[in-house]
Ligand binder design. Structure first.
Ligand SMILES: C[S@@+](CC[C@H](N)C(=O)[O-])C[C@H]1O[C@@H](n2cnc3c(N)ncnc32)[C@H](O)[C@@H]1O
Length: 380
């Protein structure tokens, strides 16, 4: 990866997301004009220049991480993993002044323990740098300059660098949250799967810290989600020099110019006034305009409004146990929304049982440790 290479050479990337969101990510990456996008369960592959990798970090609303594939080789033992990892030209991105971390996933391979495999890769990187420059980089778990990923499946190793740094759902605007806040990337998946046209009325009647409504407003304005991130992982690599920083500034500038000041009506409501304050503060930080309402969804009235999209993430778990009638109240309120598109992230099967309409779409997603059903309805 010389400076010249970085302008022209095509690299293999992989965008990762939460399990169940792969189709939505694939659709998004194709819409964003990335090449070689293909549906794949372990992360969506695409090809492009290094700047395409940066662009994915800046523009994808659904990807959790963007990985740059460095090498693939057979590794059926600790020795072959070490030798393969030592053969990679790490000195192009890591100097002894840098800190690094190695994360590993092992599946169906002789080496089963991911911590051991990660340690072998870390040793190979440090030994190679010591052989070349006489010094080793140090390991940092919390805030490494360079994040390396090993994926070892069926005795084949793939070594990648993580361009993102902090996971991409950390957009920067949500510094405060209510209970059970939704990841920003999951909110973006909901909006896409729902089929919202980015123009008609959108309501989140249980907005909590406002994630769904804020993500909707950013999407409608074509505001790239990474524009307000202070920095990405690749900006800390050894080969990221002034010329590259200039190119990144130009890319950010062109994305900023593509922001359009459209303003669909987006309403964020919650019955909890304190959490609404948090949502207002988050919206201010994201610089989006939302209409806030302090209201229980059980009293939700459409009034004379045109049908729109209702996108919601109702309570689950312990919260729900305390309020057994809430599910039926929500199901009844949804049934009154004639002509509306409703998208509900259900962390409990009770919701689907209680809603007397067949969902148009049903996507199973992992929201952290909780298996959720993303249900899309067209209310007759
Ligand atoms: C799972 S949280 C939503 C989290 C939100 N998506 C976020 O990203 O922060 C559920 C929210 O529903 C609200 N809620 C519960 N019952 C409600 C009701 N009847 N009407 C309106 N909001 C309600 C709670 O106050 C809570 O903020």
């Amino acid at each position: 990866m010389t400076k010249h290479d970085q302008d022209e050479t095509q690299f293999d990337f992989r965008a990762t997301t939460l399990p169940g969101a792969e189709e939505a990510l694939c659709e998004e990456l194709r819409e964003l004009n990335f090449s070689g996008v293909r549906l794949n369960r372990g992360g969506i592959p695409f090809r492009g220049t290094m700047q395409d990798g940066w662009r994915a970090c800046l523009e994808s609303r659904i990807a959790q991480r963007i990985l740059l594939l460095l090498d693939r080789f057979p590794a059926d033992s600790a020795e072959s993993l070490y030798a393969g990892a030592k053969g990679v030209a790490w000195e192009r991105v890591i100097s002894p002044r840098h800190t690094l971390s190695v994360a590993a996933v092992c599946r169906g391979s002789t080496l089963q323990h991911s911590n051991f495999a990660a340690l072998k890769v870390k040793d190979a990187i440090c030994d190679r740098l010591r052989d070349i420059s006489g010094a080793r980089p140090t390991v940092s778990r919390d805030d490494p300059d360079v994040r390396v990923q090993l994926y070892l499946a069926n005795n084949k190793a793939s070594l990648s660098l993580d361009l993102s740094g902090e996971p991409l759902h950390r957009r920067g605007y949500r510094t405060e949250a209510g209970e059970a806040p939704l990841r920003e990337t999951l909110a973006a998946v909901m909006l896409r799967v729902c089929g919202w046209d980015r123009d008609t009325l959108l309501v989140d009647p249980m907005c909590g810290s406002g994630t769904i409504a804020i993500e909707a407003a950013l999407w409608a304005a074509n505001h790239a989600p990474g524009l307000d991130r202070e920095r990405f992982g690749f900006e800390r690599w050894a080969n990221f020099d002034d010329a590259q920083a200039e190119r990144l500034r130009a890319l950010r500038g062109s994305l900023r110019r593509a922001v359009r000041p459209t303003r669909p009506r987006i309403v964020a409501a919650d019955r909890d006034e304190q959490v609404l304050e948090i949502a207002r503060a988050n919206a201010r930080r994201a610089r989006v305009k939302l209409a806030f309402r302090h209201q229980s969804f059980l009293d939700f009235q459409v009034g004379g409004a045109e049908p729109g999209a209702l996108v919601m993430n109702p309570p689950y778990g312990v919260r729900l146990e305390k309020e057994p009638d809430l599910v039926h109240g929500i199901a009844a309120a949804i049934s009154r929304l004639h002509g509306w598109r409703v998208c509900l992230l259900a962390g409990s099967p009770d919701y689907e049982r209680a809603i007397p309409i067949r969902p148009l779409r049903r996507v199973m997603l992992s929201n952290g440790p909780i298996e959720c059903a993303l249900l899309v309805y067209q209310v007759p």
